[in-house]
Design a protein around this ligand. Structure first.
Ligand code: GZL
Length: 335
C-alpha cells in the first residue's frame, strides 16, 4: 500500500488542486481588493440624474422661455425632471423645495422670486444632503446654503439701460420707472444700477417709480396712472422688463401719444416682443437678459453630483439692442 501508484496519484492530484487553489486564492484577494479597495464609483451620467426645479411662475415672455429651456434640455439629455411652478408665490416655492427634499432628488434648482426668506428651507435641503443651485435670481443667504448661482449681472443690466437712456435722450429726460417684482434680485439691482449711471446726468430726472410686477397688465395700469398724473411732462420710460414696456406702449397709445417718439422707452430682457416693438418704432432699446439657462443648469448639476470643480457664479453673456439692428436680428432670436 505504501508505494501504491494509486496513492501516489491521489497525493499528486491533491497537490495540484491545492496549488491551483492557492493560485486562485493568490489572485482572488487581489481581484477582491481590486473590486473592493481600488474600485471607484463610476461618474453619474445625465440619464442617471433626478433633478428638481422650483420655478417662480409664468409671469413674462422671459419666464416662459426660461421654463421651456429647462424642460427641453432635460428631455434632450434624458434627465428625470421634477418641475413645480409656484405661480409667483414664495410660499408655493418653499413648499416645492420641501416636496423635492422628500423625493430625495439629486439636485434642486430654484429661481427665488424674492431675495429674502430662504434660510430655513435651504438649511433643510443642506441637512438632507441635497445641493441647491440658484438659477436666474439670487437669494440673500449665506454662501454655504447653495452650491452655485447661474444668472445675469442685474446691476450691469441697470447700468446699460441708463447708458442707453443717456444716449437716446442726449442726457435730458423726465423718466417714469416701471419696477419689477418688489424684493426680487433683478428689480433691486436694475433699480440701483440705473441710478449709478444717471447720477452723473442731473438733467435726467426720475419723476416717479412704481412696481408693475414684471407683467404686461400691471405695466399698462401703472403707466396709465403715470400719464393721468404727469401727462406730457413724461419724456421717457425705464421698464425693468419688456412685458411691462409693452404694457406701457399700450397705455401711451390709449392716452393719445406716440410710444417711441413722444415718449422714449427702454426696457430689459430682449425678448421677441421687444424686437417686434422696436421694428414698429415703439420701443427705443432693450437690454439682453438671457433666459436660455437649461444647458448650463444641467451641466452644472452633473458637475455638482460628480464632485467635479465648478464656479460659485456662472454669469450670462448679454448685449444691448437698438431698432436699427432689430430687423436683421429678430430671425436669430430663440426667445
Ligand atoms: C431676470 C428675470 C426677470 C425678467 C422678467 O433674470 O428674473 O423675471 O427680467 C422675469 O421678465 O419676469
Amino acid at each position: 500500500m505504501r508505494n501504491s501508484p494509486i496513492l501516489l496519484y491521489l497525493v499528486l492530484c491533491g497537490f495540484i488542486l491545492l496549488s491551483f487553489g492557492c493560485i486562485q486564492n493568490q489572485t482572488l484577494p487581489f481581484t477582491q481588493s481590486s473590486n473592493s479597495e481600488l474600485e471607484t464609483e463610476s461618474p453619474k451620467r445625465y440619464e442617471d440624474l433626478i433633478i428638481g426645479f422650483a420655478q417662480l411662475g409664468a409671469e413674462s415672455e422671459w419666464r416662459v422661455a426660461n421654463t421651456n429651456s429647462i424642460k427641453e434640455t432635460a428631455e434632450q439629455l434624458g434627465v428625470e425632471l421634477r418641475f413645480y411652478d409656484a405661480q409667483q408665490k414664495q410660499e408655493n416655492q418653499i413648499e416645492a423645495v420641501r416636496k423635492l427634499i422628500m423625493q430625495k432628488v439629486d439636485v434642486i434648482g430654484i429661481s427665488p422670486i424674492v431675495e429674502t426668506g430662504w434660510e430655513e428651507v435651504f438649511q433643510e435641503a443642506k441637512d438632507a444632503g441635497i445641493p441647491i443651485i440658484l438659477v436666474d435670481r439670487r437669494a440673500s443667504v449665506s454662501e454655504d446654503l447653495y452650491v452655485s448661482y447661474l444668472g445675469s449681472d442685474f446691476l450691469e443690466e441697470g447700468r446699460n439701460a441708463a447708458r442707453a437712456m443717456v444716449e437716446l435722450t442726449n442726457g435730458k429726460a423726465n423718466v417714469v420707472e416701471l419696477v419689477g417684482t418688489i424684493g426680487s434680485a433683478p428689480a433691486n439691482d436694475r433699480y440701483k444700477g440705473f441710478r449709478e449711471i444717471i447720477e452723473d446726468y442731473p438733467e435726467i430726472k426720475i419723476i416717479d417709480s412704481q412696481t408693475g410686477d414684471f407683467t404686461l397688465a400691471r405695466g399698462r395700469e401703472v403707466m396709465a396712472g403715470f400719464l393721468q398724473k404727469y401727462g406730457t411732462e413724461i419724456t421717457a420710460v425705464f421698464a425693468h422688463n419688456d412685458d411691462m414696456a409693452l404694457g406701457a406702449i399700450l397705455a401711451i397709445e390709449e392716452y393719445g401719444l406716440r410710444p417711441g417718439i413722444d415718449i422714449q422707452i427702454i426696457s430689459i430682457d430682449a425678448a421677441r416682443g421687444a424686437f417686434e416693438a422696436m421694428i414698429a418704432g415703439k420701443l427705443n432699446a432693450t437690454i439682453e437678459c438671457n433666459p436660455l439657462l437649461g444647458p448650463q443648469f444641467f451641466e452644472l448639476a452633473l458637475k455638482v453630483v460628480n464632485k467635479e470643480p465648478y464656479p460659485k457664479w456662472v454669469p450670462s453673456i448679454e448685449g444691448i439692442f437698438f431698432p436699427e439692428s432689430a430687423i436683421e436680428i429678430l430671425p436669430t432670436r430663440k426667445y
